[in-house]
Design a protein around this ligand. Structure first.
Ligand SMILES: *[C@@H]1O[C@H](CO)[C@@H](O)[C@H](O)[C@H]1NC(C)=O
Ligand SMILES: *[C@@H]1O[C@H](CO)[C@@H](O)[C@H](O)[C@H]1NC(C)=O
Ligand SMILES: *[C@@H]1O[C@H](CO)[C@@H](O)[C@H](O)[C@H]1NC(C)=O
Length: 174
C-alpha cells in the first residue's frame, strides 16, 4: 500500500513538472538544414545552465550562430514557430558568453563571436552581470529576432540545441 501511494505521488509529481528537466513536453521537430540540425526548445524554460544540460543530455550543444546566413535561416524558421498573435516577447538561450569586457565567444565551439546581430544599444551589460547571449523577439518589430545580453540565471528563457555530428541522441529528444 505504501509503495502504491509512493508510485502515485511520483507520477503526479512528474506530471506537474513544467520547468526544464527530464520531462520533455510535447514533441518538437528537429530542424535540419544541410549538415546542421537544431532542436527548438520552445516548450520549456530555464536558466542557461539548465538549457545547456538539457542539450548535453541529448548529445547536442546550445546554439552557436556562425554566419549571417545561419542567423537569417533561424530567424525565418523560428518566426513560424512563435505564436506571433500573442504579442509576447520571446527570449531564447544560445551558447554565447561574455568572456571579458566586450569580448564574446560561442562557448559550445570555443570560437569568438564574429558575425553579430545585436539589438540597438545592446549589449549593455546592465548591472554589470549580463554575461549570456540570448535571441530576443520583440512584437513591436515583427519579422525580426536579434540579440541581447542578459544575466545567465534568468529562469524564463527558451533555448535552441544544435548538433553537427551524427551522435546526437535524437530518439530521446521528445
Ligand atoms: C540553410 O541555411 C543556409 C545558411 O546557413 C541558408 O542560406 C539556406 O537558405 C538554408 N536552407 C534552407 C533550405 O532553408
Ligand atoms: C543572478 O546572478 C547574479 C550574478 O551574476 C546575481 O547578482 C543575482 O542575484 C542572481 N539572481 C538570481 C535570481 O539568482
Ligand atoms: C527574467 O526576465 C524576465 C524578462 O526579461 C523578467 O520579467 C523576470 O523577472 C526575470 N526572472 C528572473 C528570475 O530573473
Amino acid at each position: 500500500m505504501l509503495l502504491f501511494i509512493f508510485v502515485i505521488a511520483f507520477l503526479l509529481g512528474e506530471g506537474c513538472t513544467s520547468a526544464l528537466g527530464t520531462d520533455l513536453g510535447p514533441k518538437m521537430p528537429l530542424i535540419v538544414n544541410g549538415s546542421r540540425t537544431y532542436y527548438y526548445g520552445l516548450t520549456h524554460q530555464g536558466t542557461a545552465v539548465q538549457a545547456e544540460s538539457f542539450c548535453r543530455k541529448h548529445n547536442m550543444d546550445l546554439l552557436s550562430i556562425e554566419t549571417q546566413e545561419e542567423h537569417l535561416f533561424l530567424q525565418q524558421s523560428l518566426l513560424s514557430y512563435l505564436d506571433l498573435n500573442t504579442a509576447q516577447q520571446t527570449f531564447i538561450w544560445t551558447s554565447g558568453k561574455r568572456v571579458d569586457g566586450d569580448r564574446w565567444i560561442w562557448e559550445a565551439t570555443g570560437r569568438p563571436v564574429h558575425y553579430k546581430n545585436w539589438w540597438a544599444e545592446q549589449p549593455d551589460n546592465d548591472g554589470g552581470i549580463e554575461n549570456c547571449l540570448e535571441l530576443w523577439y520583440k512584437p513591436e518589430f515583427p519579422g525580426q529576432i536579434k540579440w541581447n545580453d542578459i544575466y545567465c540565471n534568468n529562469t524564463s528563457r527558451y533555448f535552441i540545441c544544435e548538433y553537427n555530428n551524427k551522435d546526437a541522441n535524437i530518439d530521446n529528444v521528445y
